[in-house]
Design a protein around this ligand. Sequence first.
Ligand SMILES: Nc1ncnc2c1ncn2[C@@H]1O[C@H](COP(=O)(O)OP(=O)(O)OP(=O)(O)O)[C@@H](O)[C@H]1O
Length: 264
Amino acid sequence: MIEINQLTKTFTSQDGTPVHALGGVDLTVNDNEFLTLLGPSGCGKTTMLKMIAGLQGWDGGTITIDGKAVTGPGPDRSMVFQNFALLPWATVMDNVCFGLRLRGTERRAREERAQELIEMVGLSGFESKRPGELSGGMQQRVGIARALAVDPQILLMDEPFGAVDEQTRRLLQEELLSIWERNRLTVVFVTHSMEEAVLLGDRVVLMSARPGQISEIVEVPLARPRSSDVGGLERSREYTEITAHLWDQLRSMHSEHRDVEAVR
Ligand SMILES: Nc1ncnc2c1ncn2[C@@H]1O[C@H](COP(=O)(O)OP(=O)(O)OP(=O)(O)O)[C@@H](O)[C@H]1O
Protein backbone atom coordinates (compact mmCIF):
# COMPACT_ATOMS: atom_id res chain seq x y z
CA MET A 1 0.00 0.00 0.00
CA ILE A 2 1.26 3.47 -0.88
CA GLU A 3 0.47 6.10 1.74
CA ILE A 4 1.03 9.78 1.02
CA ASN A 5 0.62 12.26 3.84
CA GLN A 6 0.60 16.05 3.63
CA LEU A 7 3.04 16.09 0.72
CA THR A 8 4.26 19.57 -0.22
CA LYS A 9 6.71 20.86 -2.80
CA THR A 10 7.74 24.32 -3.89
CA PHE A 11 10.11 24.72 -6.83
CA THR A 12 12.04 27.88 -7.59
CA SER A 13 11.60 29.00 -11.17
CA GLN A 14 14.50 30.40 -13.18
CA ASP A 15 13.59 34.02 -12.36
CA GLY A 16 13.61 33.14 -8.66
CA THR A 17 9.85 33.11 -8.06
CA PRO A 18 8.48 30.19 -6.04
CA VAL A 19 6.22 27.68 -7.78
CA HIS A 20 3.97 25.94 -5.28
CA ALA A 21 3.55 22.62 -7.04
CA LEU A 22 1.97 20.48 -4.31
CA GLY A 23 -0.01 21.95 -1.45
CA GLY A 24 -0.49 19.12 1.03
CA VAL A 25 -1.51 15.93 -0.76
CA ASP A 26 -3.05 13.04 1.18
CA LEU A 27 -3.64 9.85 -0.76
CA THR A 28 -3.68 6.10 -0.20
CA VAL A 29 -3.21 3.65 -3.07
CA ASN A 30 -4.31 0.10 -2.29
CA ASP A 31 -2.41 -3.02 -3.31
CA ASN A 32 -3.37 -4.21 -6.82
CA GLU A 33 -5.35 -1.09 -7.42
CA PHE A 34 -5.41 0.73 -10.77
CA LEU A 35 -5.51 4.38 -9.80
CA THR A 36 -5.75 7.13 -12.38
CA LEU A 37 -4.73 10.74 -11.72
CA LEU A 38 -6.42 13.57 -13.55
CA GLY A 39 -6.10 17.32 -13.12
CA PRO A 40 -5.34 20.63 -14.83
CA SER A 41 -1.98 21.12 -16.47
CA GLY A 42 0.73 22.02 -13.95
CA CYS A 43 -1.11 20.75 -10.86
CA GLY A 44 1.79 18.50 -9.90
CA LYS A 45 0.79 15.08 -11.27
CA THR A 46 4.19 14.26 -12.75
CA THR A 47 5.93 15.69 -9.71
CA MET A 48 3.96 13.40 -7.42
CA LEU A 49 4.61 10.35 -9.58
CA LYS A 50 8.34 11.06 -9.59
CA MET A 51 8.25 11.39 -5.80
CA ILE A 52 6.61 7.98 -5.44
CA ALA A 53 9.30 6.63 -7.81
CA GLY A 54 11.95 8.14 -5.54
CA LEU A 55 13.27 10.31 -8.38
CA GLN A 56 12.27 13.67 -6.89
CA GLY A 57 12.57 15.05 -3.38
CA TRP A 58 9.88 16.99 -1.52
CA ASP A 59 9.71 19.66 1.19
CA GLY A 60 7.18 18.36 3.69
CA GLY A 61 5.12 15.26 4.37
CA THR A 62 5.78 11.55 3.93
CA ILE A 63 5.45 8.76 1.39
CA THR A 64 5.54 5.18 2.63
CA ILE A 65 5.20 1.89 0.77
CA ASP A 66 4.04 -0.99 2.94
CA GLY A 67 5.01 1.11 5.94
CA LYS A 68 8.56 1.89 4.73
CA ALA A 69 9.53 5.48 3.97
CA VAL A 70 10.46 6.22 0.35
CA THR A 71 13.96 7.65 0.28
CA GLY A 72 14.95 6.88 -3.32
CA PRO A 73 14.24 4.56 -6.25
CA GLY A 74 13.76 0.86 -5.51
CA PRO A 75 13.21 -2.47 -7.30
CA ASP A 76 9.57 -2.50 -6.19
CA ARG A 77 8.75 0.44 -8.50
CA SER A 78 9.08 1.06 -12.26
CA MET A 79 8.19 4.14 -14.23
CA VAL A 80 6.91 4.46 -17.81
CA PHE A 81 7.41 7.90 -19.38
CA GLN A 82 5.37 9.74 -21.99
CA ASN A 83 8.37 10.24 -24.28
CA PHE A 84 9.33 6.54 -23.91
CA ALA A 85 12.85 7.39 -22.57
CA LEU A 86 14.46 4.45 -24.38
CA LEU A 87 18.19 4.13 -25.05
CA PRO A 88 18.34 5.19 -28.73
CA TRP A 89 21.49 3.23 -29.56
CA ALA A 90 20.36 -0.01 -27.94
CA THR A 91 18.21 -2.73 -29.52
CA VAL A 92 14.70 -3.59 -28.32
CA MET A 93 16.16 -6.63 -26.51
CA ASP A 94 18.85 -4.53 -24.79
CA ASN A 95 16.35 -1.84 -23.82
CA VAL A 96 14.05 -4.40 -22.23
CA CYS A 97 17.02 -6.06 -20.47
CA PHE A 98 18.31 -2.75 -19.13
CA GLY A 99 16.94 -2.93 -15.58
CA LEU A 100 17.81 -6.60 -15.19
CA ARG A 101 21.35 -5.89 -16.30
CA LEU A 102 21.68 -3.13 -13.69
CA ARG A 103 20.56 -5.67 -11.13
CA GLY A 104 23.25 -8.12 -12.19
CA THR A 105 20.90 -10.79 -13.59
CA GLU A 106 22.96 -13.11 -15.78
CA ARG A 107 22.61 -12.80 -19.51
CA ARG A 108 20.62 -15.94 -20.30
CA ALA A 109 18.08 -15.34 -17.57
CA ARG A 110 17.58 -11.72 -18.51
CA GLU A 111 17.20 -12.49 -22.21
CA GLU A 112 14.66 -15.21 -21.46
CA ARG A 113 12.62 -12.86 -19.31
CA ALA A 114 12.93 -10.07 -21.88
CA GLN A 115 11.80 -12.44 -24.65
CA GLU A 116 8.64 -13.34 -22.70
CA LEU A 117 7.81 -9.68 -22.27
CA ILE A 118 8.59 -8.78 -25.87
CA GLU A 119 6.08 -11.46 -26.86
CA MET A 120 3.57 -10.22 -24.28
CA VAL A 121 3.60 -6.72 -25.77
CA GLY A 122 3.43 -8.03 -29.34
CA LEU A 123 6.93 -7.18 -30.53
CA SER A 124 8.26 -10.61 -31.48
CA GLY A 125 10.51 -10.29 -34.51
CA PHE A 126 11.63 -6.76 -33.54
CA GLU A 127 14.21 -7.79 -30.91
CA SER A 128 17.19 -6.44 -32.83
CA LYS A 129 15.60 -3.18 -34.03
CA ARG A 130 16.54 0.15 -32.51
CA PRO A 131 13.97 2.66 -31.18
CA GLY A 132 14.40 4.97 -34.20
CA GLU A 133 13.16 2.16 -36.45
CA LEU A 134 9.91 1.74 -34.51
CA SER A 135 6.60 3.65 -34.45
CA GLY A 136 5.61 5.60 -31.32
CA GLY A 137 3.21 2.86 -30.24
CA MET A 138 5.89 0.21 -30.64
CA GLN A 139 8.38 2.31 -28.69
CA GLN A 140 5.91 2.61 -25.85
CA ARG A 141 5.42 -1.17 -25.89
CA VAL A 142 9.18 -1.43 -25.38
CA GLY A 143 8.89 1.08 -22.50
CA ILE A 144 6.19 -1.05 -20.87
CA ALA A 145 8.13 -4.29 -21.37
CA ARG A 146 11.23 -2.66 -19.91
CA ALA A 147 9.31 -1.46 -16.86
CA LEU A 148 7.77 -4.90 -16.30
CA ALA A 149 11.05 -6.80 -16.76
CA VAL A 150 12.16 -6.14 -13.20
CA ASP A 151 8.86 -7.54 -11.81
CA PRO A 152 7.83 -4.40 -9.97
CA GLN A 153 4.95 -4.35 -7.50
CA ILE A 154 4.14 -0.81 -8.52
CA LEU A 155 3.97 0.59 -12.03
CA LEU A 156 4.06 4.39 -12.27
CA MET A 157 2.88 5.63 -15.66
CA ASP A 158 3.19 9.27 -16.71
CA GLU A 159 0.80 9.89 -19.60
CA PRO A 160 2.24 6.87 -21.35
CA PHE A 161 -0.16 6.97 -24.31
CA GLY A 162 -0.18 10.74 -24.80
CA ALA A 163 2.18 10.65 -27.77
CA VAL A 164 0.52 7.96 -29.89
CA ASP A 165 -2.40 8.07 -32.30
CA GLU A 166 -5.95 7.26 -31.22
CA GLN A 167 -6.09 3.68 -32.54
CA THR A 168 -2.72 2.75 -31.06
CA ARG A 169 -3.78 4.31 -27.79
CA ARG A 170 -6.85 2.09 -27.68
CA LEU A 171 -4.78 -1.03 -28.40
CA LEU A 172 -2.23 -0.10 -25.75
CA GLN A 173 -5.00 0.55 -23.21
CA GLU A 174 -6.43 -2.91 -23.86
CA GLU A 175 -2.99 -4.49 -23.63
CA LEU A 176 -2.19 -2.69 -20.40
CA LEU A 177 -5.51 -3.77 -18.88
CA SER A 178 -4.86 -7.33 -19.85
CA ILE A 179 -1.31 -7.23 -18.39
CA TRP A 180 -2.68 -5.72 -15.17
CA GLU A 181 -5.51 -8.27 -15.00
CA ARG A 182 -2.99 -11.11 -15.25
CA ASN A 183 -0.27 -9.70 -13.03
CA ARG A 184 -2.27 -7.78 -10.45
CA LEU A 185 0.18 -4.92 -10.11
CA THR A 186 -0.52 -1.65 -8.37
CA VAL A 187 -0.72 1.00 -11.10
CA VAL A 188 -0.68 4.78 -10.68
CA PHE A 189 -1.48 6.26 -14.08
CA VAL A 190 -1.36 9.98 -14.94
CA THR A 191 -3.46 11.11 -17.87
CA HIS A 192 -5.00 14.21 -19.40
CA SER A 193 -7.90 12.21 -20.74
CA MET A 194 -11.07 11.82 -18.65
CA GLU A 195 -12.11 8.95 -20.89
CA GLU A 196 -8.86 7.10 -20.32
CA ALA A 197 -8.97 7.77 -16.57
CA VAL A 198 -12.44 6.20 -16.33
CA LEU A 199 -11.85 3.27 -18.70
CA LEU A 200 -8.71 2.16 -16.89
CA GLY A 201 -9.15 3.14 -13.26
CA ASP A 202 -10.71 1.55 -10.18
CA ARG A 203 -10.74 5.09 -8.82
CA VAL A 204 -10.08 8.41 -10.51
CA VAL A 205 -8.23 10.96 -8.39
CA LEU A 206 -9.01 14.51 -9.41
CA MET A 207 -6.37 17.06 -8.45
CA SER A 208 -7.03 20.78 -8.13
CA ALA A 209 -5.03 23.47 -9.92
CA ARG A 210 -1.64 24.43 -8.51
CA PRO A 211 -0.75 24.08 -5.69
CA GLY A 212 -2.04 20.58 -6.35
CA GLN A 213 -4.27 18.94 -3.78
CA ILE A 214 -6.71 16.07 -3.99
CA SER A 215 -10.00 17.61 -4.97
CA GLU A 216 -12.14 14.51 -5.30
CA ILE A 217 -11.82 10.74 -5.59
CA VAL A 218 -14.37 9.04 -7.85
CA GLU A 219 -15.01 5.29 -7.68
CA VAL A 220 -15.48 3.70 -11.10
CA PRO A 221 -18.19 1.03 -10.94
CA LEU A 222 -17.51 -0.41 -14.44
CA ALA A 223 -17.25 -4.21 -14.33
CA ARG A 224 -13.91 -5.99 -14.78
CA PRO A 225 -12.26 -7.48 -16.72
CA ARG A 226 -12.45 -4.56 -19.11
CA SER A 227 -9.66 -5.45 -21.53
CA SER A 228 -11.84 -7.28 -24.05
CA ASP A 229 -14.51 -4.63 -24.57
CA VAL A 230 -13.23 -1.16 -23.92
CA GLY A 231 -15.39 0.16 -26.79
CA GLY A 232 -18.56 -1.36 -25.28
CA LEU A 233 -17.87 0.22 -21.89
CA GLU A 234 -17.77 3.62 -23.48
CA ARG A 235 -21.39 3.21 -24.49
CA SER A 236 -22.57 2.32 -20.97
CA ARG A 237 -24.64 4.66 -18.82
CA GLU A 238 -22.17 4.53 -15.88
CA TYR A 239 -19.32 5.60 -18.13
CA THR A 240 -21.29 8.52 -19.54
CA GLU A 241 -22.34 9.69 -16.07
CA ILE A 242 -18.86 9.59 -14.57
CA THR A 243 -17.17 11.34 -17.47
CA ALA A 244 -19.90 14.04 -17.42
CA HIS A 245 -19.30 14.54 -13.69
CA LEU A 246 -15.51 14.74 -14.14
CA TRP A 247 -15.92 17.22 -16.96
CA ASP A 248 -18.11 19.47 -14.78
CA GLN A 249 -15.48 19.41 -12.05
CA LEU A 250 -12.58 20.09 -14.41
CA ARG A 251 -14.46 22.88 -16.14
CA SER A 252 -15.22 24.65 -12.86
CA MET A 253 -11.56 24.24 -11.81
CA HIS A 254 -10.44 25.85 -15.05
CA SER A 255 -12.76 28.84 -14.63
CA GLU A 256 -11.79 29.29 -10.95
CA HIS A 257 -8.15 29.17 -11.96
CA ARG A 258 -8.76 31.80 -14.66
CA ASP A 259 -10.45 34.08 -12.10
CA VAL A 260 -7.51 33.73 -9.68
CA GLU A 261 -5.02 34.49 -12.46
CA ALA A 262 -7.09 37.54 -13.49
CA VAL A 263 -7.05 38.94 -9.90
CA ARG A 264 -3.26 38.51 -9.77
N1 LIG B 1 12.34 21.21 -11.80
C1 LIG B 1 11.42 22.16 -11.75
N2 LIG B 1 11.77 23.46 -11.56
C2 LIG B 1 10.84 24.43 -11.48
N3 LIG B 1 9.51 24.21 -11.61
C3 LIG B 1 9.10 22.94 -11.80
C4 LIG B 1 10.03 21.85 -11.90
N4 LIG B 1 9.33 20.70 -12.10
C5 LIG B 1 8.03 21.06 -12.15
N5 LIG B 1 7.90 22.40 -11.98
C6 LIG B 1 6.64 23.15 -11.93
O1 LIG B 1 5.78 22.53 -10.98
C7 LIG B 1 4.44 22.52 -11.45
C8 LIG B 1 3.93 21.09 -11.50
O2 LIG B 1 4.57 20.41 -12.57
P1 LIG B 1 4.16 18.95 -13.04
O3 LIG B 1 4.97 18.63 -14.24
O4 LIG B 1 4.22 18.03 -11.89
O5 LIG B 1 2.62 19.17 -13.43
P2 LIG B 1 1.62 18.21 -14.20
O6 LIG B 1 0.35 18.24 -13.44
O7 LIG B 1 2.25 16.90 -14.44
O8 LIG B 1 1.47 19.01 -15.56
P3 LIG B 1 1.05 18.49 -17.02
O9 LIG B 1 -0.33 17.94 -16.86
O10 LIG B 1 1.07 19.74 -17.86
O11 LIG B 1 2.06 17.47 -17.45
C9 LIG B 1 4.45 23.21 -12.81
O12 LIG B 1 4.10 24.56 -12.63
C10 LIG B 1 5.89 23.10 -13.25
O13 LIG B 1 6.24 24.18 -14.08
